[in-house]
Design a protein around this ligand. Structure first.
Ligand code: 8YV
Length: 327
């Protein structure tokens, strides 16, 4: 690239105004003003002409899109932490770097997971619906009874940054923290989190009151929460997912919730977003959020900063700080 020329950046979605302004200030940046997700054809045409593509979770950057990339494309700087929608191996084979935005959305995502962990057993959304429907006729001893959270066992599936941030909150709320991970975290971290490791996911699921999904989506975690594992949960069990929909067999979950095999769920992510399994939509014991666990003004700004830092590092001749390797 000509060193005087600003790199050409294509951003597939509309971003907060402050991020937008800084991107166009620093780079020859084009953002998607109408915010409609790009089609595969639009993605292919973007990677042909751009030096840097800034996609989000709504873009499927598969091998076909990577194959269409021109020799200019040096970096895919994802606006988000999860990169399961990007074929990183195919990008690396063409010497295209992939970066993400870890860390800046950890605490917000953990807050949202904790909100679901509290809201499902305490029936917060059902209570709001009842009140708006004019059904609040005054206090009763038996109205909208939920279940106590304190003292219950929470099983965290995936003890990475977000899992650990949830563990800290859960301990403060009096939950007993358990976790399953490919390997245990180090003893000092485990001690600080007051967490108990379960090498076997099946045994953990059978023994928990609440399960929180916090592992990344990879071929190995696809439908990790299967019909069989849901069946192993106790009937009062609750499951919360703020990671990726593909980790749970969504049809099996809808069936388990409808039959009363498990008691409730709080979902922020779905297997085929933006579609949601129709069986979930009518269930009173499920809270359905539209993939907003990290949706705070603060995190979106910091995600934008991370994207810009990664692009600047590359064009200033440094290593991008948030390089992602193939899973
Ligand atoms: C982001 C997320 O908002 O960062 C992630 O992996 O799931 C979300 O919280 C989204 O990915 C933006 O691309």
């Amino acid at each position: 690239m000509d060193s005087d020329k600003k790199p050409n950046i294509i951003v597939t979605r509309r971003l907060p105004d402050a991020v937008h302004a800084r991107l166009v200030d620093l780079f020859d940046a084009t953002l998607n003003a109408n915010d409609t997700p790009f089609s595969q054809e639009q993605l292919k045409s973007a990677v042909k002409t751009a030096d840097v593509l800034v996609p989000t979770v709504t873009d499927k950057i598969d091998a076909d899109v990577i194959a269409a990339a021109g020799s200019r494309l040096k970096l895919i700087a994802n606006f988000g932490a999860g990169t399961d929608h990007i074929d990183i191996a195919a990008a690396h084979a063409k010497n295209i770097i992939v970066t993400n935005t870890p860390g800046v959305l950890t605490e917000d995502t953990a807050d949202f997971a904790m909100a679901l962990i509290l809201a499902v057993p305490r029936r917060l959304v059902a209570a709001d619906r009842l009140t708006r429907a004019g059904e609040f006729k005054g206090w009763t001893p038996t109205g909208i009874l939920g279940h106590r959270v304190r003292g219950k066992k929470l099983g965290i599936v995936g003890m990475g940054r977000i899992g650990q941030a949830i563990a800290r909150r859960a301990h403060a709320f009096g939950l007993k923290v358990h976790y399953h991970n490919r390997a245990p975290v180090s003893p000092p971290i485990e001690d600080a989190l007051h967490a108990t490791y379960w090498p076997d996911l099946d045994s953990m699921m059978a023994n928990m009151d609440i399960i929180s999904i916090n592992c990344p989506s990879t071929p190995q975690t696809h439908h990790l929460i299967s019909a069989e594992r849901l069946a192993a949960m106790p009937a009062h069990g609750v499951i919360v997912n703020t990671s990726r929909g593909e980790i749970i067999d969504e049809a099996a979950l809808a069936a388990a919730l409808a039959s009363g095999q498990i008691a409730g769920a709080g979902l922020d992510v779905y297997e085929n977003e933006p579609k949601i399994h129709p069986g979930l939509l009518g269930l009173p014991n499920v809270i359905l959020a539209p993939h907003i666990a990290s949706a705070t003004h603060e995190s979106r700004l910091e995600m934008g900063e991370k994207v810009m830092i990664n692009i600047r590092a590359l064009y200033d001749g440094h290593r991008c700080p948030d390089r992602v390797l193939p899973p």
